[in-house]
Design a protein around this ligand. Structure first.
Ligand code: 13P
Ligand code: SF4
Length: 362
């Protein structure tokens, strides 16, 4: 049966049967398969992950595993990263190939090469600019960073990677998330006068030659469509209504939201912060809904609110459902791998270098 026909059949099967099938397939495949699950995955899928984590932890895990098959319950750039970091005989599957990331789509290699060429009209970027890509980016951009003395970062190690980058070259070009770059720099005490924003749809990113020459940090104008929904007024309402509440924010939120927060960190760091807090401490959290709901269940003694009154959910993370996970496991069991993610060899070499630079300092 081909992959599409199998999926159609699975959507006609009761979900309880599918969950049983997944359990049985996992038991049958044993150590032939490792399931990695990002914190934003829905509960029915997350429950089957062998390892759960943020982007940093999952990339470290991918670099260490020798499992012949890895199913990445996350989004496309995560599966690409796993493929880059694993050996040629290992296979990485993304259960639903349409599970992308809108932020990663906000910078493509053509735009970044154009930016680099425009910078070359004023300065020698290969001598004075470290390109830093957030892990939420295509393999082509990771490869660009590897080739040009740059590095990958995650929301869990952004400060360390900025420190590394500035110790090598005087300027940083940070893409695709403006907010992670800006929030990290603000936390490091970098003044506003040292930062500019690069709009890829404007000549010279919309900046004067003087501003580019002066800037220490060039921030790509990209954002996460989920985290941009949190607003500072949501934090004000929470503080008004809940005395003693702590506001926790993911650094993909805007600077205005992060400035209202008591704690800023990656998903893994937010979980650690909540788990280490005293019983009775209340929180309002600005990150994806599935993670916040899970924390509520896990820590019933710590009242937890979602910071926004709106539903801020990552629709592409949500694409991975039990049907797609079951189909991925079935394809491994039947030796007819579907939805394999394979990064081209030449890209892999440079992208791996940029990722290894990150893992070495992480
Ligand atoms: P972390 O996994 O680094 O917390 O980032 C969240 C995210 O948006 C993943 O796409
Ligand atoms: Fe991309 Fe935002 Fe979804 Fe993360 S939460 S995968 S950055 S769209």
């Amino acid at each position: 049966m081909n992959a599409q026909a199998l999926l159609t059949q699975l959507y006609d099967t009761p979900e309880t049967d599918i969950l049983e099938q997944i359990t049985a397939l996992k038991a049958e495949l044993g150590d032939q398969v490792l399931i990695l699950g990002h914190h934003y995955q829905r509960e029915e899928v997350f429950a089957f992950a062998d390892v759960t984590g943020d982007s940093l932890k999952l990339s470290q895990q991918a670099a260490e595993t020798d499992a012949p098959n890895i199913i990445f319950c996350g989004v496309h750039f995560m599966a690409e990263t796993a493929d880059i970091l694993t050996a040629d005989h290992q296979t990485v599957l993304l259960p639903d190939l349409a599970a992308g990331c809108s932020m990663a789509d906000m910078a493509d290699d053509e735009q970044v090469v154009r930016c680099w060429n425009e910078l070359s009209q004023l300065i020698n970027p290969d001598e004075c600019v470290t390109p830093v890509t957030y892990i939420n980016s295509t393999a082509a951009l990771k490869s660009f960073c590897g080739e040009h003395g740059g590095i990958v970062c995650t929301s869990g190690n952004a400060q360390k990677t900025l420190e590394w980058s500035w110790s090598n070259r005087e300027k940083i070009l940070f893409f695709p998330d403006q907010h992670l770059g800006e929030n990290t720099a603000v936390a490091m005490g970098v003044p506003d006068s040292d930062m500019i924003v690069w709009d890829p749809f404007q000549p010279m990113g919309g900046n004067s030659p003087e501003a580019i020459e002066k800037a220490k940090l060039i921030l790509w104008k990209g954002f996460c469509s989920v985290h941009q929904l949190f607003k500072p007024e949501h934090a004000e309402t929470m503080r008004r209504n809940h005395k003693g509440i702590e506001i926790l924010a993911h650094p993909e939120c805007s600077r205005e939201v992060c400035e209202t927060a008591d704690f800023i960190g990656s998903t893994e760091m937010i979980i650690k912060h909540v788990s280490e807090a005293e019983s009775g401490q209340s929180f309002a959290i600005a990150t994806e809904l599935n993670l916040v709901n899970r924390l509520r269940i896990e820590f019933p003694d710590k009242p937890i609110w979602f910071l926004s009154p709106m539903v801020c959910m990552c629709s592409t993370m949500f694409r991975t459902d039990p049907q797609h996970l079951c189909a991925a496991l079935t394809s491994i069991r039947d030796g007819q791998i579907s939805n394999q993610i394979k990064v081209p060899h030449e890209q892999k070499r440079w992208a791996k270098l940029a990722l290894e630079r990150m893992l070495n300092i992480a």
